[in-house]
Design a protein around this ligand. Structure first.
Ligand code: GTP
Ligand code: MG
Length: 150
């Protein structure tokens, strides 16, 4: 099944929003496959956002990710990459709809509480970076109550 990489950024952890964010993904019907609280090393933060290296906000973005621990997660389920981005909302909280995580929980683009992979390919790359030890395999027993067919 499809997997995505989700990270509660330092502001989300500091603001005690980790539970709220996990709750939204779980309530939707997605399953945790990996979870850790981590003080990130610079090399990982830089590699994670490597595609944004040329952007003027890149140094500030890396410093933001290093500023306090993050919660790194993998969720699995049908279309979880695309739906994860919908649950998260637009990058700039001014454009995120109420009802989305960013639309409900933050104000500044540089303090937007959560990261989610933007494609299946990005998810594979990011999960490889953050969870080199691999994911946890198990069979959730509620799947027939979430999916019409599997
Ligand atoms: P992520 O899920 O964190 O990857 O966000 P995104 O995919 O919605 O946006 P993108 O990958 O383009 O940017 C990554 C992160 O950089 C954003 O979530 C913001 O935290 C930050 N960022 C993006 N654009 C700006 C900007 O214009 N100014 C500032 N200060 N930060 C920005
Ligand atoms: Mg992104």
């Amino acid at each position: 099944t499809e997997v995505t990489f989700i990270m509660v950024k330092p502001d989300g952890v500091q603001r005690n929003l980790t539970g709220e964010i996990i709750r939204r993904f779980e309530a939707k019907g997605y399953y945790l496959r990996g979870l850790k609280l981590k003080q990130v090393e610079r090399s990982l933060a830089e590699e994670h956002y490597i595609d944004l290296k040329s952007k003027p906000f890149y140094p500030g973005l890396v410093d933001y990710i290093l500023s306090a621990p993050v919660v790194a997660m993998v969720f699995s389920g049908k279309n979880v990459v695309t739906m994860g981005r919908k649950l998260i909302g637009a990058t700039n909280p001014l454009a995120s709809e109420p009802g989305t995580i960013r639309g409900d929980l933050c104000i500044d683009v540089g303090r937007n509480v959560i990261h989610g992979s933007d494609s299946v390919e990005s998810a594979q790359r990011e999960i490889g970076l953050w969870f080199p030890e691999g994911l946890v395999e198990y069979k959730p027993h509620m799947l027939p109550w979430i999916y019409e067919r599997m």
